[in-house]
Unconditional design. Structure first.
Length: 367
C-alpha cells in the first residue's frame, strides 16, 4: 500500500470509528512500546501489581504477540454514559460500572467498525481487537498513538474529552501512518494527588494493589484500614477523576442533566428528545445498601450480571455493602449480624461477620 492510499484509509477508518460511536481515534505502529516492559518489571518487583494483570510482560508491550500479522494499532476511546448521582446513604458504583457492561458496548461498536471497514473494501485481513481484558497495555499504546497523556491520576486524559472513557484496540495487518504523541498537560496541578483516598498518587510507580477501585474488586482479605477507606464504595472509585480539571466539561453536563431530572423533566420527556446521553440517566450510581447486602442469586442475575460490576460475582458486592453499612454506622447492622447464619453467607462475607467486628468506628471518607 503506497503512502497516499494509506493516508486515505486512515481518514476512512477515523470516519467509520466516529460513526460506530467512538469519540477519539489514534494510530500507532505494531512495534513494542519502548521502556514499558522494564517499567512494569519494576512494579512487579516492588509487589505493587494487581492480581488481574497479565504476568507475561512481553505480551503487554508487543502487539505482534497478540497477532503476528499486526502492523498498525488503532486506539479508540468510547465515552462512558452520564448517570444519576447517588442519594444520601446509598452505596456508590463507579461510572464505568453503570448500565450495560462497557465491554459489551465497546465490542458491539468494534464489530460495527470492523464490518464497515470490510464493506468499504479494506485490502487487509479482518481486523482483530481487544477491549480491556486482553494482554496489551491500552493506555501506553494510546499515548503513543497521540490520543492523550497519562495524568497524575494514572488515567489516560484526552484533550477536550477527559478520562471518563473506555479504551479499545483495533489491530490491522496493513501499515498506516502513525500519529505523534501529545505533551503531558497536567502541569503543576495536584488535585488528584490530594483527593486520592488511598494516598498512592504522585510517585514514579503506582501502587495499583492499594487503589480503592482495585480493592472493591479484589477477593483478598482487606485490613480494617482498607475497609474504612472504601467508605460507601460498592464497585470502583471515581474520586481522582472527579477532581480533574480535564473532566469539568463532562461533569458539568452530567450535573445539568441531573438537575433537569430533579426539577423539570420526566424521563419520558428525555426519551422523547432522543438524546442517547440523556437516555443513559436511567442508570444510577447509587445502590441500596441493604438490598445489596442481602442480594439473592436471582436478583444478582437480573440486576448486576450484565454490568461491569457483575464480573466478580455477588459475594464481593455483598461484602462491600457490609463494609459500607459499618462505615455509616447503620444501627440495624448489629442485629443483622447477630441473627445471620454465617454458614449461609457468601464465603467472602463470612470472614468479616462476627470476626474483626467493631461497629464503633466511623469512616471520614464516605464517598
Amino acid at each position: 500500500m503506497d503512502y497516499e492510499t494509506a493516508v486515505g484509509w486512515k481518514e476512512k477508518i477515523k470516519g467509520l470509528a466516529y460513526e460506530a460511536g467512538f469519540v477519539a481515534v489514534g494510530f500507532t505502529t505494531a512495534d513494542p512500546v519502548a521502556g514499558l516492559k522494564e517499567f512494569l518489571e519494576e512494579r512487579f518487583n516492588l509487589g505493587w501489581h494487581t492480581s488481574f494483570e497479565e504476568r507475561d510482560l512481553q505480551k503487554r508491550v508487543d502487539p505482534r504477540l497478540t497477532w503476528p500479522l499486526c502492523k498498525t494499532v488503532v486506539v479508540l476511546a468510547y465515552s462512558l454514559p452520564f448517570s444519576k448521582r447517588p442519594k444520601e446513604g446509598e452505596g456508590i458504583i463507579a461510572r464505568s460500572a453503570v448500565g450495560e457492561d462497557y465491554h459489551i458496548q465497546v465490542k458491539r461498536a468494534l464489530d460495527r467498525l470492523s464490518n464497515s471497514l470490510l464493506e468499504a473494501g479494506w485490502p487487509g485481513e479482518k481486523p482483530q481487537f481487544q477491549v480491556d481484558t486482553g494482554p496489551l497495555n491500552e493506555r501506553a499504546l494510546a499515548v503513543r498513538a497521540g490520543l492523550g497523556w497519562i495524568g497524575k491520576n494514572q488515567h489516560l486524559i484526552i484533550p477536550g474529552i477527559g478520562s471518563f472513557v473506555a479504551l479499545a484496540l483495533l489491530l490491522l495487518n496493513q501499515a498506516l501512518p502513525p500519529d505523534k504523541p501529545l505533551p503531558n498537560q497536567c502541569g503543576q496541578c495536584t488535585l488528584c494527588l490530594q483527593a486520592c483516598p488511598a494516598r498512592i498518587l504522585g510517585a514514579r510507580q503506582f501502587q495499583a494493589n492499594r487503589c480503592l477501585s482495585y480493592l472493591t474488586q479484589s477477593k483478598e482479605v482487606l485490613t480494617k484500614e482498607q475497609q474504612l477507606a472504601l467508605g460507601r464504595r460498592i464497585f470502583g472509585c471515581d474520586t481522582c477523576q472527579e477532581v480533574c480539571p480535564h473532566n469539568r466539561s463532562y461533569l458539568a453536563r452530567e450535573a445539568e442533566l441531573n438537575a433537569e431530572l430533579d426539577t423539570e423533566l420526566m424521563e419520558a420527556e428525555l426519551v422523547k428528545r432522543g438524546d442517547n446521553k440523556l437516555l443513559a440517566l436511567e442508570f444510577t450510581r447509587g445502590v441500596n445498601l441493604w438490598d445489596t447486602l442481602q442480594l439473592t442469586q436471582s436478583t444478582f442475575k437480573s440486576k448486576w450480571k450484565s454490568t461491569a460490576a457483575g464480573w466478580r460475582g455477588k459475594g464481593i458486592l455483598q461484602r462491600n455493602a457490609y463494609f459500607a453499612l459499618k462505615n455509616i454506622q447503620d444501627p440495624r447492622l448489629k442485629e443483622w449480624e447477630q441473627n445471620s447464619n454465617k454458614d449461609r453467607l457468601p464465603v467472602l462475607l463470612q470472614q468479616y461477620v462476627g470476626n474483626n467486628v467493631d461497629n464503633n468506628y466511623v469512616s471520614n471518607n464516605q464517598e
